[in-house]
Unconditional design. Structure first.
Length: 290
């Protein structure tokens, strides 16, 4: 339990600082967000994968499990909305897609080190790719799969993976600045997450609570089913379960607002799941400990 506390308290402390800043003073965070997306995060992704202990088997297992979890979660949401005759298609985003980057990265890093982070990045790659393709298609009824290729995150994953699998040497004088720039990603992203949560007003409380429970507990159960069905063990198992049960992706809130699809309800689910994760993440980490 001591190690779990050491993981959770630093993460949510930084989120709280971001939240407090948002309540005290308003900032234009777009420049910081762009810095994270286009510079810092690609550096973090590349540096964490390029020199980690990872192999092609881990890559295919994590990618396959992530895709299976997304497909199952999407199918279940489709059935739920059909049975309840709901037209709130915006709920697909927060109910299916977890915050596997802003929150998933720091939890994986602090709980499992750089090897854990590199595997969390692989899971997030699939999560982000489907979010920016199928996710946008669902809320806007328009094919936008090219959106995933407009930011360098996917390229950073593939480049880092290529360097790792092919054992391509990188001079330390070049690798060190890349690694240092990447280090600003996690605290910056957590500050942004906390800041954005301060802007949310909860609406449709009953629906938001049910959708939130589905995202975290449903995600956990589906991930648990996948690892048992395919007998996945070790660090790969831990990352799949952890990432599968992450709270709703902040990007789902941004996309819902952009395409005007149940934006306030989606934002409510993001807020509630993030608060619930203060309990769910320590619980899952305790469960995963030997």
């Amino acid at each position: 339990m001591h190690s779990v506390v050491q993981v959770v308290i630093p993460i949510f402390s930084i989120i709280f600082v971001g939240y407090a800043l948002g309540r005290i003073k308003r900032f234009d965070l777009q420049t910081l967000v762009d810095l994270i997306v286009y510079v810092a995060a690609p550096c973090l992704i590349f540096s964490s994968i390029a020199r980690s202990d990872i192999n092609l088997t881990d890559f295919t297992t994590i990618a396959g499990a992530a895709l299976a979890i997304i497909v199952i979660m999407t199918a279940l949401v489709f059935l739920i909305l059909k049975l309840t005759r709901s037209d709130k298609n915006g709920l697909y985003l927060p109910m299916v897609f977890g915050n596997t980057s802003y929150l998933g990265y720091p939890v994986a890093l602090l709980a499992f080190g750089m090897d854990g982070l590199s595997r969390a990045v692989l899971y997030d790659m699939l999560n982000s790719l489907v979010l920016f393709s199928l996710g946008i298609y669902i809320v806007h009824q328009k094919h936008e799969i090219q959106e995933a290729f407009r930011v360098p995150l996917l390229y950073a994953v593939m480049t880092g993976l290529g360097v790792n699998l092919l054992n391509i040497p990188i001079p330390q004088v070049l690798f060190t600045p890349i690694e240092m720039i990447g280090m600003i990603t996690i605290p910056s992203a957590l500050l942004v997450l906390g800041y954005e949560l301060g802007d949310i007003q909860i609406s449709a409380v009953k629906i938001a609570l049910l959708a939130s429970a589905y995202r975290i507990f449903g995600g956990f159960l589906v991930a648990f089913l996948i690892i048992k069905l395919f007998s996945i063990e070790g660090l790969v198992r831990d990352i799949i379960v952890l990432q599968g049960a992450m709270p709703s992706a902040v990007m789902s809130m941004i996309l819902a607002a952009k395409y005007n699809r149940d934006a306030s309800l989606v934002a409510s689910v993001v807020l509630i799941t993030t608060v619930l994760s203060m309990i769910s993440i320590p619980s899952i980490l305790s469960l995963l400990q030997p």
